[in-house]
Design a protein around this ligand. Structure first.
Ligand code: FES
Length: 102
């Protein structure tokens, strides 16, 4: 059963940016975009760049290395939705950002 875990504070993720956090053995990218928080696997499936360092635009993060694009709301590759990275539910409790990781 998955549980929500606190991964960082709201103030640690600026609007329009991402941050890498570690939950157990997983690296997860937390994004703040349009006032909402999103969580995807941080490791790009192409060659392993950190997606937290990517560029956010219109609900999509663009990998900083070779510009593969992933949708923030479900982790799907924007150019071929059959390929996906892990996507996790996020909630804010007080000033804590919490992610549901199984
Ligand atoms: S490592 Fe992400 S697109 Fe190449």
């Amino acid at each position: 059963m998955a549980d929500f875990q606190t991964v960082c504070r709201v103030a640690e993720v600026a609007e329009g940016e991402g941050k890498t956090v570690q939950v157990g053995t997983k690296l997860i990218a937390i994004f703040r975009h349009g006032g909402q928080f999103f969580a995807l696997d941080d490791v790009c499936p192409h060659m392993g760049a950190s997606l937290a360092g990517g560029y956010l635009n219109d609900g999509i993060v663009t990998c900083p290395w070779h510009a593969w694009r992933f949708r923030l709301h479900d982790g799907a590759w924007a150019d071929n939705p059959r390929l996906k990275v892990g996507c996790y539910r996020v909630r804010v409790v007080g000033d804590e950002v919490q992610v549901e990781v199984g």
